[in-house]
Design a protein around this ligand. Structure first.
Ligand SMILES: *Cc1c(COP(=O)(O)O)cnc(C)c1O
Length: 225
């Protein structure tokens, strides 16, 4: 697995698209991140606050760190000073906490709302009705330290490509409907985070603007315990 070559290959693939690569470095050592950095990669995604507290200090400052995993309200304060984008916001309560911590840091933090598009029960996120209710909530416009800049979703883990495609297409349609119907200063659908190592090609075809790729770049993850 040559990480630098992999980054170059993805850049070639994405060159003719409107889609960015989020290199998912969770569980991987800073040496691997440095390899990707050498090949020009600047956006890295982590899914644990713990790793986001440990890695950035050991790496170049121009890296843009994305939180792609489920975020607990009580941990927002640790990443608020530097996080570039939070992908998986799944409640108004969490959004309010991000706003509060962003204000303390004198920042505006861009966020994506996670939408539940998969058949699996356990994945986090809003369904479309909950999403529309939340975005229509009058409280949203008072959150001056967040920007909702798009949506994030994960397709069902399956070999059925038609199903994956229809789930991504559904997410893109929701994204377009919000842009047509919701008018708030701090809500603007610009980024659509969908696609991982096994389904990024379909995601790109269906309008993804950010693919989150881990194992295809860094090799399989090894989990201890
Ligand atoms: C781990 C992870 C990814 C990357 O997964 P791969 O299949 O290794 O590309 C993408 N998105 C989220 C939310 C993840 O947790």
């Amino acid at each position: 697995m040559n990480i630098q070559d992999n980054i170059v290959e993805f850049n070639n693939l994405l060159a003719t698209t409107n889609c960015k690569l989020v290199a998912v470095s969770k569980t991987k050592p800073v040496e691997d991140i440095r390899e990707a950095y050498k090949a020009g990669q600047r956006i890295f995604g982590e899914n644990k606050v713990q790793e986001l507290r440990e890695k950035p200090g050991k790496l170049p400052e121009d890296i843009q760190w994305h939180m792609i995993g489920h975020l607990q309200t009580n941990k927002v304060k640790y990443i608020a000073p530097f996080i570039h984008l939070i992908h998986a916001v799944d409640s108004l309560k969490l959004l309010e906490e991000i706003d509060k911590q962003a204000e303390k840091n004198d920042r505006v933090i861009p966020c994506l709302l996670q939408v539940h598009i998969a058949m699996e029960e356990h994945k986090f996120g809003f369904d479309e009705k909950e999403l529309m209710e939340m975005l229509s909530n009058a409280l949203i416009k008072n959150l001056h330290h967040i920007h909702i800049i798009g949506l994030m979703g994960m397709a069902t883990y399956t070999d059925n490509k038609d199903q994956i495609r229809s789930e991504f297409r559904n997410l893109k349609n929701i994204f377009d409907r919000i842009n047509k119907n919701i008018f708030k200063e701090n809500v603007k659908m610009q980024e659509l985070s969908m696609g991982m190592s096994d389904d990024y090609e379909i995601a790109i075809e269906e309008g993804s603007t950010m693919i989150r790729v881990g194992s295809k770049l860094f090799g399989p993850r090894i989990y201890l315990n």
